[in-house]
Write a protein that binds this ligand. Structure first.
Ligand code: NAD
Length: 260
């Protein structure tokens, strides 16, 4: 059996594509033949990711897109269609944690401000809603598509971590099922991905602190943290036609954590 590129002819937009899971996903998609719009608010890093893709023979552009800003979505869709002519895959990956400024400890519910709660929801939930909203028309025009919403294992179970993060990721889980049902008739598939503990800039401070790191590692039966590539491979499957009969599903990639 010959295994060829898995996304030939597809056009994908990835949010939060400048770093971690988003950068690995953008790179994997391009390696498998997709034309990729790497989007983020971190323009320097985002441009670097797109430049690395093109330097390695792939197709990529970088676009500044704050996922909480609806005008940015409108502009991004216009640019993607002008540059690549269609949109087949959207990965709503941009997300933030609700940690204290040291990026280590989380805020308890009694100390959570409405402003902090709403900021986390704006990025982790509203940003995902806006992405789906603006992807429907171009995907319908393309005859269908695949939308991948990055939730978390923390969108499925509780923990001592911030409640805004848990709730906003839980919203992504059920929003994805709602969108899957609404747009199945258009052949637009919508699935959520639930990463476990992955080494990225988001978790770097937590994983560098032995006291915070050890319980996470102990809760991961496969005995190591995930890599961005571990999650990118799941996204690759959901983006490809190999998952053509999957919608409204949850893909858990967590080293076994949720099996306990
Ligand atoms: N790392 C983990 O352990 C883990 C576990 C479960 C879920 N996740 C989720 O995976 C996704 C990616 O996380 P990561 O670990 O790669 O984080 P990361 O911090 O490395 O990357 C996140 C990217 O999102 C961008 N971003 C933040 N807010 C944005 C906004 N409003 N608009 C556009 N871009 C924005 C950042 O600039 C950054 O480039 C997030 O949704 C996160 O919640 C991560």
């Amino acid at each position: 059996m010959t295994v060829g590129p898995r996304l030939p002819g597809k056009v994908a937009l990835i949010t939060g594509g400048a770093s971690g899971i988003g950068a690995a996903t953008a790179t994997a998609f391009a390696q498998h033949g997709a034309a990729v719009a790497v989007t983020d608010m971190n323009d320097n890093l985002g441009r670097e990711v797109a430049a690395n893709i093109t330097a390695n023979g792939g197709k990529a552009i970088y676009l500044h897109l704050d996922t909480t800003n609806e005008e940015h979505w409108t502009e991004a869709m216009v640019e993607v269609l002008a540059k690549f002519g269609a949109l087949h895959v959207l990965v709503n990956n941009a997300g933030i944690a609700d940690r204290r400024p040291d990026n280590k400890t989380t805020v308890k519910i009694e100390d959570t401000t409405v402003e902090g709660w709403e900021r986390v929801f704006a990025v982790n939930s509203t940003g995902v809603f806006l992405g789906v909203k603006h992807a429907i028309a171009p995907m319908r025009a393309a005859g269908g598509g695949s939308i991948i919403n990055i939730s978390s294992i923390y969108g499925v179970v509780g923990s001592g971590a911030g409640s805004a993060y848990h709730s906003s990721k839980g919203a992504v889980r059920t929003f994805s099922k709602s969108a899957a049902i609404q747009y199945a008739g258009d052949q637009i598939r919508v699935n959520s991905v639930h990463p476990g503990f992955v080494d990225t800039p988001l978790t770097a401070n937590t994983h560098a602190d032995p006291e915070l790191m050890a319980p996470r590692l102990n809760a991961t039966p496969l005995g190591r943290f995930g890599t961005p590539q571990d999650i990118a491979m799941g996204c690759l499957f959901l983006a490809s036609d190999e998952s053509a009969w999957m919608t409204g599903s949850e893909l858990v990639i967590d080293g076994g954590m949720l099996a306990q």
